[in-house]
Design a protein around this ligand. Structure first.
Ligand code: NAD
Ligand code: UGA
Length: 453
């Protein structure tokens, strides 16, 4: 099938490359000329394991194209996926300007029946707004062309995006029941036929329920994390190992083992903004989502948990202290720094006068870009932080090691070497990477989250 993807970011690029991989003819559009130039030059603008091979293979096969040409993009796809960003507005609601701009372009330039697929995470009712914008554009040029707007939210995780897309737990598609909606269902079944044929279930539903399903999934996952973080903070006080508790409760199939890891808070481009947006949607309807407000509040506090531990150890004047900091990205296997816990920690440590030597396997360039913006009003503070290419060398002479991202290389690091390199063998571990007994047996002072054993 001929498919257009509008927005070639994390989701758009993965969606486009993977739909080309299953045989479709895919045109990826972006307004960012830099991204399109990188892609057309054979590069990949983001770090995502395995994505480069899929892109290269499908570009070579002539099934995957990148362009900034809006008119050509609308002409290409019978199915138009909208995969642009939906960042939080000032009041926390999803900013739909990019989604609606994409819709406007489709309405302006379409010349045959189109299925529009909202793949971006958008609040309930967005498909109606997208329809209204397209209808307005068609009316303005006295066109009676037909179209259908559907919802197909994306559930991939960064760092595992290609595998998640190719082997999804489920596909959720919302479509209308009228003639256009039924036509859209037939076309989307064809888009995803190879997935259905290999046993991946599609949950067909109405459009609003599909839009809501995406927020419900992220809200549930974020709730599990904040729930465990609250319990972990209590575990610290009452002398309990939260990791033993995690295994104890996760073995109950009604609870399940995933997404119960306590730590220094969830980050990323999605949980923080989606929880906020759902709370905001509810408020617009005069409804208070009390649990989700608490989920967000607990997470904001949790991003400060390591600093609290550091202050209670050394006091709040850290001018004589040097810390090694392992991990900058919001999670492993990505260079994404959006809402990363490291940003909160770095700000507090630098303000308290500490110096930091940091290492992240892939996010150091992106971190420097983002921190320059975070510290735009106090750029001198950034002189206190140094980026080190070697994780072990970052430890040399440090008063303590702080860990904020659960990279495998950090989990597998040799503790005895770490101890040797640190000036004082102290670890503040925001991701509970090590067995406390093993660390303590080596004579390392260990401060994990909720593992008071
Ligand atoms: P992103 O910022 O990486 O990519 C969005 C892209 O859209 C950018 O490259 C931008 O230049 C482009 N764009 C903006 N306006 C455009 C327009 N009018 N025409 C063409 N291109 C345009 O964002 P993302 O992380 O891919 O997220 C996209 C959506 O998918 C969001 O709603 C997000 O919540 C959702 N989502 C993201 C993930 C994830 O892991 N990142 C997972 C599931 C869902
Ligand atoms: C998340 C969801 O997992 C995806 O299903 C969804 O599609 C995506 O958001 C989205 O809507 O964009 P992602 O943000 O890429 O994916 O990463 P996660 O693996 O979910 O991790 C998010 C954050 O939670 C990270 O900071 C991670 O360290 C933290 N986390 C995760 C915990 O603190 N504990 C856990 O048990 C799991």
């Amino acid at each position: 099938m001929k498919i257009t993807i509008i927005g070639t970011g994390y989701v758009g690029l993965v969606t486009g490359a993977c739909l080309a991989e299953v045989g479709h003819d895919v045109f990826c559009l972006d307004v960012d000329q830099r991204k399109i130039d990188i892609l057309n030059g054979g590069g990949i603008p983001i770090h995502e394991p395995g994505l480069d091979q899929v892109v290269t293979r499908n570009v070579a096969a002539g099934r995957l194209h990148f362009s900034t040409d809006v008119i050509a993009s609308v002409a290409h796809g019978d199915v138009q996926f909208i995969a642009v960003g939906t960042p939080p507005d000032e009041d926390g609601s999803a900013d739909l300007q990019y989604v609606l701009a994409a819709a406007r372009n489709i309405g302006k330039h379409m010349s045959n029946f189109k299925v529009i697929v909202d793949k971006s995470t958008v609040p309930v009712g967005t498909a109606d707004r997208v329809s209204a914008v397209i209808a307005d554009e068609l009316k303005a040029r006295s066109s009676s062309l037909e179209f259908a707007v559907t919802s197909n939210p994306e559930f991939l995780k960064e760092g595992a995006a290609v595998a998640d897309f190719m082997k999804p737990d489920r596909l959720v598609i919302g479509h209308g029941q009228d003639a256009q909606g039924t036509r859209a269902q037939i076309m989307l079944r064809e888009v995803y036929s190879s997935f259905e044929n290999s046993g991946h279930q599609i949950y067909w539903m109405d459009v609003r329920s599909a839009e809501f399903t995406k927020y419900a999934a992220n809200a549930m996952l974020a709730t599990r994390i904040s729930f465990m973080n609250e319990l972990a903070n209590l575990a610290d006080k009452v002398g309990v190992d939260i990791d033993a508790v995690r295994k104890g409760i996760g073995s109950d199939p009604r609870i399940g083992p995933g997404f119960l890891m306590a730590g220094c808070g969830y980050g990323g481009s999605c949980f923080p903004k989606d929880v906020q947006a759902l709370v905001r949607t509810a408020q617009e309807f005069g409804h208070d989502l009390k649990i989700l407000q608490a989920v967000e509040e607990v997470n904001e506090q949790q991003k400060h948990v390591l600093v609290s531990k550091i202050f209670s150890q050394y006091g709040s004047d850290l001018r004589t202290k040097q810390f090694a900091l392992w991990g900058l990205a919001f999670k492993p296997d990505t260079d994404d720094m959006r809402a990363a816990s490291s940003r909160v920690l770095i700000k507090e440590l630098l303000l308290a006068g500490a110096s930091i030597v940091t290492h992240d396997p892939v996010a150091m360039d992106e971190a420097q870009r983002v921190l320059a913006l975070d510290f735009v009003e106090s750029p001198d503070l950034l002189k206190q932080i140094r980026f080190e290419n070697d994780a072990m060398q970052a430890l040399d002479g440090a008063d303590a090691l702080i860990i904020v991202t659960e990279w495998k290389v950090f989990r597998n690091a040799v503790l005895s070497e770490m101890k040797q390199r640190l000036k004082h063998s102290v670890i503040f571990d925001g991701r509970n990477l090590y067995d406390p007994r093993e660390v303590q047996a080596l004579g390392i002072e260990y401060h994990p989250i909720g593992r008071a054993v």
